[in-house]
Ligand binder design. Structure first.
Ligand code: B12
Length: 280
């Protein structure tokens, strides 16, 4: 039986720092058996310290203990790389350290991807994703792509620093239901807008639903550039993508009603969370 471990707790980065640096007496993964909790802390440290030669072994150890790929991605891998981002921002880490941590994430995803993708049972449509021109970040986009694939989509991943031309070529060739732009830099987020303008100029806006995501991206950015949906994380992105091929499948890309319906998915989730918090 796969282990069910809570990974949804939201962390303030400062609290996470204190927690990671000073104690393992944490509420993170407290519902996991003690050996799994310890292993998760070791995996988290492995990513923070960029010990990429050992990452795959740790992932295999966790799989042997019945941890799921999703738990590892949303749990220790997410908190580990978040702490790396904080250290980088505070000038405690420089580029070489971040690159080593990214290597750990890629090593882990290499093991986990086949397990996630194996969940695919049906083909519900095509998604084209890519990181926009000028941007080399691809860890989050890869996670989104694999979760989409598990949910039944055929995913065409165009890689990193994808030009508007390349996005257009892929749209014309694959006729996707959704095209997703990832951007992690404030200096490249504008390329999401440029690519979207290009899709509109080529007369393809109604044919494709446009999703945007990445650390600096927000719902208000999505609204501003006229994209259809913002995906704060992979799970939310998949939920919205599924809506595009089920109850919202008759709506066209760029339709304000589609935009509102996709946004309502976030509102409903927030309301449900609030109701749950009030009830407990
Ligand atoms: C790892 C990393 C790198 C690695 C990237 C390796 C790789 N192959 O991806 C390397 C070392 C190469 C790197 C380079 C640089 N980086 Co960097 N990097 C990071 C770091 C630490 C983690 C990013 C990450 O992987 N996060 C984990 C994933 C899981 O999260 P995510 O990407 O946000 O994805 C989730 C959601 O956003 C969403 N999502 C993501 N994409 C999409 C797409 C769609 C369609 C949808 C729906 C959803 C979605 O779902 C994902 C899964 O849940 C961030 C810190 C941070 N806080 O983000 C800095 C960060 C993004 N980098 C930063 C900077 C400055 C740089 C450099 C410019 C540094 C330099 N001086 O050279 C270069 C830029 C290179 C370039 N041209 O792109 C800054 C950006 C600041 C800014 N204001 O723009 C950050 C924020 C660090 C910081 N705090 O200062 N970086």
């Amino acid at each position: 039986m796969p282990l069910e471990i809570e990974t949804e707790i939201e962390h303030d980065l400062e609290d996470l720092k204190k927690d990671i640096e000073t104690t393992r007496g944490t509420d993170r993964w407290s519902d996991a058996p003690a050996d799994v909790k310890e292993l998760f802390h070791v995996l988290e440290w492995n990513i923070i310290e960029g010990e990429h030669f050992d990452t795959k072994e740790l992932i295999h150890d966790a799989l042997e203990k019945e941890c799921t790929a999703r738990t590892m991605i949303a749990g220790p891998m997410a908190t580990g790389i978040a702490e790396v981002g904080r250290r980088f921002k505070m000038d405690e880490y420089f580029l070489p350290e971040v690159m080593m941590s990214a290597k750990c994430m890629h090593a882990a995803l290499e093991v986990l991807k086949p397990l996630i993708v194996a969940e695919k049972t049906e083909d519900v449509g095509t998604v084209v994703v890519g990181t926009v021109q000028g941007d080399l970040h691809d860890i989050g986009k890869k996670i989104v792509a694999m979760m989409m694939e598990a949910a039944g989509f055929s995913v065409i991943d165009l890689g990193v620093t994808v030009t508007p031309d390349e996005f257009m070529e892929a749209i014309n060739e694959h006729n996707p239901v959704i095209v997703g732009f990832s951007a992690l830099l404030t200096t490249t987020m504008n390329m999401q807008w440029e690519t979207l303008k290009r899709i509109t100029a080529e007369g393809k806006r109604e044919d494709v639903k446009v999703f945007v995501g990445g650390a600096p991206i927000s719902q208000s950015w999505c609204d501003k550039i006229g994209a259809d949906a913002y995906g704060i994380d992979a799970l939310v992105s998949v939920e919205k993508a599924k809506a595009c091929v089920t109850n919202l499948s008759n709506m066209k890309g760029g339709d304000p009603e589609l935009h509102a319906a996709l946004l309502a998915i976030d509102t409903e989730r927030e309301e449900a969370k609030l109701a749950e918090a009030v009830a407990s």
